[in-house]
Design a protein around this ligand. Structure first.
Ligand SMILES: [Zn+2]
Ligand SMILES: [Zn+2]
Length: 124
């Protein structure tokens, strides 16, 4: 494996080792620039795609938004999208009530809940 590849990959892996919620490729680029000033967005996209293929990362697709990425090994959780600063935050645990009052015969296997609003930095 070429040295350069390893350095870029480890910088990106390092970013995802700090839990901050799902990141867009641009947010990854901003953070990686501290370590690798000449890193380009195309390289970030390529690394993110590779890491999804390897199941290190998974895509987080929110309605009307381009893909963000988070670690594939995170426990089940939900997201909060701040529509003012456009950041996405992780929420702890599951928000779904156990008794959904579904009609008889319906069995839930998976669900996805995204809350939207404003974060503490943006308020109101
Ligand atoms: Zn915000
Ligand atoms: Zn849940």
């Amino acid at each position: 494996m070429p040295q350069r590849h390893t350095k870029q990959r480890s910088a990106i892996e390092h970013i995802f080792s700090r839990i901050e919620g799902p990141l867009s490729p641009n947010e990854v680029l901003e953070r990686a620039h501290e370590e690798i000033p000449n890193l380009g967005i195309a390289t970030v996209y390529r690394a993110l795609n590779d890491m999804v293929d390897e199941e290190t990362l998974r895509r987080v697709d929110l309605p009307g938004q381009s893909s963000r990425y988070e670690r594939a090994d995170l426990k089940h959780h939900h997201h909060f999208h701040c529509t003012k600063c456009d950041r996405v935050f992780d929420l702890d645990g599951c928000l779904l009530k156990h008794d959904l009052g579904l009609p008889k015969g319906f069995v839930v296997k998976e669900h996805d809940i995204t809350l939207t609003g404003s974060c503490p930095d943006c308020k109101g």
